[in-house]
Design a protein around this ligand. Structure first.
Ligand code: PEP
Length: 249
């Protein structure tokens, strides 16, 4: 059981526009004044500069959606952790299932990206999660354990500095949410795996992601090992995102 402040992070994915971002972020900042949790938005890289200005003077934290494993150089299209740092980025998502699925990212690359972020004081939000076929084959725990093990192995004692997001692939953007019991069961296994790697496992936020919304957030967030949420679709609508933020106490 953990008592730390919860973390609610929005993942805008490849959505947004200068005018829409302005309206959304202003509404979120205005509505989150009494938030009991930490709030972040992980935005497409071209908007980091805009967000840096918009969030100024507020407690809204800034996140990115990916980072290169490389420091700098001839890697066309990549964005380094140092570049993210320039814009005040505190979090970066690594290993989102959409990157694993559409961009062929494997466990070791995800672990290397987490390492690159940590090297520059950026907290990686490491996503793990099983597909529907894997769940139906009874392989959920084996899959998430393998995904997290690579990150633990590569990052050693820094592992207490990461955030983990359990995102069952079958629940992302589908409107199908894991039940609080299903999510808690996996979160407890992830916590145990972290405990075997570090005496500070209780510090690690383990977020749930996958169709979290205003209606289901409170029961998910009430589970002992669910320390917050990674929110896709619902983070694009200020009223929905704000209701999830209010549920995180
Ligand atoms: C996500 O993309 O990380 C996510 C959880 O999406 P959604 O909330 O839309 O299912």
């Amino acid at each position: 059981m953990t008592t730390k402040k919860k973390l609610i992070a929005g993942n805008w994915k490849m959505n947004g526009g200068v005018a829409a971002n302005d309206a959304l972020v202003r509404a979120v900042i205005a509505g989150m004044k009494d938030a009991a949790c930490t709030v972040a938005v992980c935005v497409p890289a071209p908007y980091l500069s805009q967000l840096q200005v918009l969030r100024h003077g507020s407690s809204l934290e800034l996140g990115a959606q990916d980072v290169s494993k490389h420091e700098q150089g001839a890697y066309t299209g990549e964005v380094s952790a140092l570049m993210l740092k320039d814009f005040g980025v505190r979090y970066v998502i690594v290993g989102h299932s959409e990157r694993r699925q559409y961009h062929g990212e494997g466990d070791q690359l995800v672990a290397d990206k987490a390492k690159a972020a940590l090297a520059h004081g950026i907290t990686p939000i490491v996503c793990v999660g099983e597909t529907l076929a894997e769940r139906e084959a009874g392989r959920t725990e084996e899959v998430v354990k393998r995904q997290l093990a690579a990150v633990i192995h590569t990052n050693g004692h820094c592992i207490s500095e990461i955030v983990v997001a359990y995102e069952p692939v079958w629940a992302i953007g589908t409107g199908r949410t894991a039940t609080p019991e299903q999510a808690q069961q996996v979160h407890a296994r992830l916590r145990a795996q972290l405990q075997a790697a570090t005496p500070h496992a209780d510090r690690v936020h383990i977020l749930y992601g996958g169709s979290m919304n205003a209606a289901n957030a409170a029961t998910l967030l009430a589970q002992p090992d669910i320390d917050g949420g990674l929110i896709g679709g619902a983070s694009l609508k200020a009223p929905d995102f704000l209701q999830i933020i209010s549920a995180a106490r």
